[in-house]
Design a protein around this ligand. Structure first.
Ligand SMILES: [Zn+2]
Length: 220
């Protein structure tokens, strides 16, 4: 089943040719807003929309993987997406993201607001603030991810902020690929809603077909 076709049927907004979009991005981010169709085309064009058999960071299996690094490698695009996410959320005192996936886009969202950017990283499988990052009690935080599937990493990141007595003001991401609506109890803003197929590892149609599974971004 092609979920993308279902969500963005033919006859929608025509895609800009890649070079035109790149020109627009270079010229001025403030004048550029990418609609979901353009963003999806950008993913395809940059080889960031992968098809196969993947393990997601949530542990679920899928026939698709959104490799945001492939579009965030272009700083002007990262900056544009950062502004677009920031535009949909209240201005916080700082932005917090989980390493590694959330770092580039979180940094760009923080740049758009003009506030500091912090990231947390796993230590003994638990997200923690390291590197001397400090959160002041009562500071408002926006938590940013690249892709959300179950929202698990985001919830863990929110817990890091709340344990430091920060106040959650909003959450956002580039791609929301959840199958049921994510609810963090605060404003949530994603740029592309793409409810892609996902399977439990012990009940995966692709595993049953004997297709080798790939864990993107990890060592072989
Ligand atoms: Zn599988």
């Amino acid at each position: 089943m092609d979920y993308v076709q279902d969500i963005y049927p033919a006859g929608g907004t025509p895609a800009l040719p890649g070079f035109q979009l790149a020109m627009r991005l270079r010229t001025s981010y403030t004048a550029t807003v990418m609609n979901p169709n353009e963003l999806l085309n950008l993913f395809r064009e940059k080889g960031a929309y992968l098809e196969g058999h993947f393990v997601l960071s949530s542990g679920l299996h899928s026939s698709n993987y959104m490799q945001c690094a492939r579009i965030l490698q272009f700083p002007s695009i990262a900056e544009t997406l950062g502004h677009q996410i920031a535009d949909g959320l209240p201005t916080p005192d700082f932005v917090l993201s989980p390493a590694l996936g959330g770092i580039i886009i979180g940094h760009e969202v923080a740049r758009a607001y003009g506030v500091p950017f912090l990231f947390c990283e796993r230590e003994d499988k638990v997200f923690r603030l390291r590197r001397g990052f400090e959160i002041q009690q009562g500071q408002h935080v926006v938590v940013i991810e690249d892709v959300m599937t179950t929202g698990g990493s985001t919830r863990e990141t929110i817990a890091v902020a709340q344990q430091a007595s920060a106040v959650l003001a909003g959450t956002g991401c580039i791609v929301d690929r959840s199958l049921s609506p994510l609810d963090f109890g605060v404003p949530f803003h994603s740029l592309l809603k793409l409810p892609l197929a996902q399977y439990k590892p012990d009940d995966c149609v692709l595993c049953r077909q004997g297709i080798p599974v790939i864990k993107p971004g990890s060592r072989k």
